[in-house]
Every structure is written in structure tokens, then in C-alpha cells.
Design a protein around this ligand. Structure first.
Ligand code: PLP
Ligand code: ZN
Length: 451
């Protein structure tokens, strides 16, 4: 007897219903009829039931499995979790005050603290948890993935917890700390001589040669469904929903997942309009932003979604965001436009300024990708992309722990001494003015290509 499933997938091109993961995996994670790879997961329960889960006071765990009814897993016994996906939303009034004082815009600013995920401390942990649980339920013992770093770590951790082996293909420039952590779980790393696109190519060949299941990338339903719960969490934790969502952009699972949640809850009266997606790329690897800027300047001409540059072997200070060949551009660009959002870039040279300021004001040490998102907030203000009344939510995707180089660059108070004569009492607030300086003179940092 086949097990009853509580969900199925609908092909977004031909509407064919794929009944379960077995059928999905058997057809190489594509629609058996039209081969399209983008599907939406649909559930037996009406989506309005999510409200009861959000309000459930008896759910005391700190993870995303509160939303089990709306995650693609049939048996709770297969859940693999390390407390992820239930992270705080902090109010960052210092940025609200800055916006008012410097730009005379009245907004509220919140930080979505994905650095506090307990699996591996990034935005990628929810996907790791759902993927490991689903793969366990499907009896899969070996898996593979190409990754710029953080997703590799999350999958390595959660799959190890599920007793599943994973081969991870990372590009040449991936951070060593990422490599080390994957290794520490006794998962296999292949450091590919080349960029992320090259890593993806070999991973696909590995999948073909040994028939080992390969992660489906940014539109993989396991990832989309996991990250979709972000929206449910905002409903649970925030008094009002964001009107602007700021995220560092590599492949773009975030906006795809947020859009999926809004799609599911349409007609329930639980949600309003999509937030405006402000997607931020590091200036040394910003193919999506460049493509979008050009198409916008030309009035989004016919075929614009397929017109974007490819940056081969990008050299960027943020290897986790080094997607030089963004195959997901047509999906992401479409969502950004649909949401009245924007794609921006942030000057990588100012990453350390962001990290120091945030650590001073909030006592949180943020990582390089998070600095790009937060930098995007300043960039957005500078270019007039935030309006009176906006509720801005910045996705703080990672802490600094996997970027020891950035951590070292945070050093600025040290004084080298040899005797007590060189030592005197100090007041930490004396550093404040200096830390704000780059942002008060933002013209020096701003990417002026953006109008
Ligand atoms: C911390 C962090 N923020 C943002 C991103 C970008 O995520 P996406 O692939 O959804 O664009 C990544 C990607 O690795 C990341 O690690
Ligand atoms: Zn189809």
C-alpha cells in the first residue's frame, strides 16, 4: 500500500500534478509531461489553517516545524532539526533615526536575525532541515550539491544528522572556513578549479554518472517551502508586515519563497501586498543588478528577462554571493518588477565599515553577505528607494564566524603598548562618530550608476 501524502506538486507550466517526491525524483526533478523544473507545492489543508499554527501557544520549540502541515513531509518522525527558522526580528531604531535625520524619511527598520539559526548560523539552515528530513523520508542515502558556501554547510550538517552522505562541489574561491566545517561533518568536498558555474557543471555530471540525486537549486521545492515559512514567522513576530524586504542576492531563493507564501495565502485575507524586493549584490559580482538596470533604463523591452550579463570567475570579497552566471535571473527579475522593487549593488570596499558600525550599535557581529544586505539599506536610502511609512525588514543572513578575514578587519581599538605609561581609561562612545562617518558621507560609497 502506498503511503497517503498530504501534499503534491503542480507544474507551473502545464499544471500537471506530480503526486509525490518519488515521482518527482524519478523524473529528474522535472515535470514528467513538459520537463519544466519549477513547481509549486500544494497541501491538503486549506492555507488559512496556517493562522492557527501561527497562534499556537502550545508550540514551544524554536524551529520551523511549527508549520509541519505546510511543509512537504508526511511523517513527523523524519524531522531533522537543530532549532532553525524561528529567529528573532529585532528593531533597529538606530537606522530608523538615521533615515529620519539624514534623509527626512519616516520608516521603521527591523532585522531578521538569521545569524541565530542554531544549525550552522545562516539563512540556509531552514532549507537544510527540510531537505534532510525529506531525503530521510524518501530513504535516500547519498546526495550532492554545488554551492558557494553557506548552503553547503547547512546541508552537510543536517544531512550528517540524518545519516546521509553528501558530496559538495564548491568553487575555487569559496571560503576556507566553509570547506572546513563541511569536512568536520565527514562530508565530502570537491573544490573545483573554476567558478560556481564550473562547480555546478561537475556536480551535474556527477549526478549523471552515478545517479546520485542533485539539489535542485533555487527553485527546489524543499528549499522554497522551507524559506516560505519566513513569511509565517513575520506574521507571528511582527505587529505589521514589511513593505520592503532587503536581502543580499546570489541565486534568489528568498524572493521566490516569499512570493510562494503570498501566493498560498492569497484570498485568505491574512496578507496584503508583496513587500517591495530590494535585492542587493556586491559590486564586484552584480550580473543581475546590471541586467535589471539596463532593462529598466530601456523600459523593459520584449525579451528583457533573458538579457543579463554573465561574469566569468568573478573576483569578489563575498564568495558566498559569487553567482556570476545567474540562471534564475528571469524568475528573480520578474518578481522584483512585480513587487515594484529594485536591484542595487553595494561597494564591497565598505563591507568592513558596515560590520564595525553594526557591531557597535547592536553588538551583533555580522558576516560579509549580511553586510551587503545592510549596505543595501544605505544604498536604497541614498537613491530614494525608501518612502515615508515603509516598514523595512533586512535579512541578516549570517554572522561573521565563517569569515575570519572580515573578523580580523574588525580590529580597530587595539593599541600596542609596552608600559603602563601608554595606557589610560577610555569611553567606547568616543568611537561612535568615526564609525558613522562613511554613512554620513555616503556619496563617496554610493554606486552612482543607479538612478
Ligand atoms: C548569508 C547569505 N545571505 C544571502 C544569500 C543569498 O541567497 P540567495 O541564494 O537566496 O540569493 C546567501 C547565499 O549563499 C547567504 O549565504
Ligand atoms: Zn509540466
Amino acid at each position: 500500500m502506498t503511503q497517503k501524502t498530504k501534499f503534491h506538486f503542480r507544474c507551473l507550466k502545464c499544471n500537471y500534478i506530480i503526486k509525490d517526491f518519488k515521482e518527482w525524483f524519478e523524473h529528474n526533478q522535472s515535470c514528467p509531461v513538459c520537463k519544466h523544473k519549477f513547481v509549486f507545492t500544494e497541501y491538503e489543508k486549506p492555507s488559512s489553517d496556517v493562522k492557527a499554527l501561527i497562534d499556537d501557544k502550545n508550540y514551544t520549540k524554536h524551529d520551523l516545524w511549527r508549520y509541519f502541515d505546510f511543509l512537504p513531509l508526511n511523517d513527523r518522525a523524519n524531522i531533522i532539526s537543530s532549532e532553525e527558522g524561528a529567529v528573532p526580528v529585532d528593531k533597529w531604531d538606530f537606522l530608523k533615526d538615521f533615515a529620519k535625520k539624514q534623509y527626512n524619511v519616516d520608516i521603521d527598520v527591523f532585522a531578521f536575525r538569521n545569524d541565530l539559526n542554531k544549525g550552522t548560523g545562516t539563512f540556509k539552515d531552514p532549507a537544510g532541515s527540510v531537505a534532510a528530513s525529506v531525503l530521510k523520508e524518501c530513504g535516500i542515502t547519498e546526495y550532492c550539491i554545488a554551492s558557494t558556501g553557506n548552503i553547503a554547510n547547512a546541508y552537510a550538517h543536517y544531512l550528517a544528522k540524518a545519516g546521509i552522505s553528501i558530496s559538495v562541489f564548491i568553487p575555487q574561491d569559496a571560503l576556507m572556513a566553509n570547506e572546513a566545517e563541511v569536512n568536520s561533518y565527514a562530508q565530502r568536498i570537491y573544490r573545483v578549479k573554476g567558478d560556481y558555474a564550473a562547480a555546478k557543471k561537475i556536480a551535474a555530471e556527477y549526478n549523471g554518472k552515478y545517479n546520485i540525486l542533485l539539489s535542485g537549486g533555487n527553485i527546489d521545492p524543499m528549499r522554497v517551502e522551507a524559506k516560505k515559512t519566513m513569511v509565517f514567522e513575520w506574521m507571528r513576530l511582527m505587529d505589521k508586515m514589511p513593505t520592503v524586504y532587503i536581502q543580499a542576492l546570489s541565486g534568489g531563493t528568498g524572493p521566490i519563497a516569499i512570493d510562494k507564501a503570498y501566493h498560498d495565502l492569497k484570498g485568505t485575507g491574512l496578507l496584503g501586498e508583496l513587500p517591495r524586493f530590494l535585492m542587493i549584490q556586491p559590486d564586484q559580482c552584480a550580473p543581475m543588478t546590471q541586467g535589471y538596470r539596463k532593462s529598466k533604463a530601456n523600459g523593459f523591452p520584449e525579451g528583457w528577462l533573458n538579457d543579463y550579463p554573465i561574469i566569468e570567475s568573478p573576483i569578489t570579497a563575498v564568495p558566498t554571493l559569487a553567482t556570476g552566471n545567474p540562471g534564475s535571473y528571469p524568475i528573480i527579475a520578474d518578481l522584483v518588477r512585480k513587487s515594484n522593487g529594485e536591484m542595487l549593488e553595494f561597494d564591497e570596499k565598505a563591507i568592513v565599515d558596515v560590520a564595525r558600525l553594526i557591531a557597535y550599535e547592536t553588538h551583533v557581529s555580522v558576516g560579509p553577505a549580511a553586510c551587503i544586505a545592510i549596505g543595501g539599506f544605505f544604498e536604497a536610502l541614498h537613491h530614494g528607494k525608501l518612502n515615508n511609512g515603509d516598514t523595512v525588514l533586512i535579512n541578516v543572513g549570517e554572522g561573521v564566524r565563517r569569515a575570519p578575514k572580515l573578523m580580523e578587519e574588525l580590529i580597530y581599538t587595539t593599541q600596542h603598548i609596552s608600559s603602563i605609561d601608554e595606557v589610560k581609561p577610555f569611553n567606547r562612545s568616543d568611537y561612535r562618530a568615526k564609525l558613522w562617518e562613511p554613512f554620513l558621507e555616503y556619496d563617496k560609497i554610493a554606486i552612482e550608476k543607479t538612478r
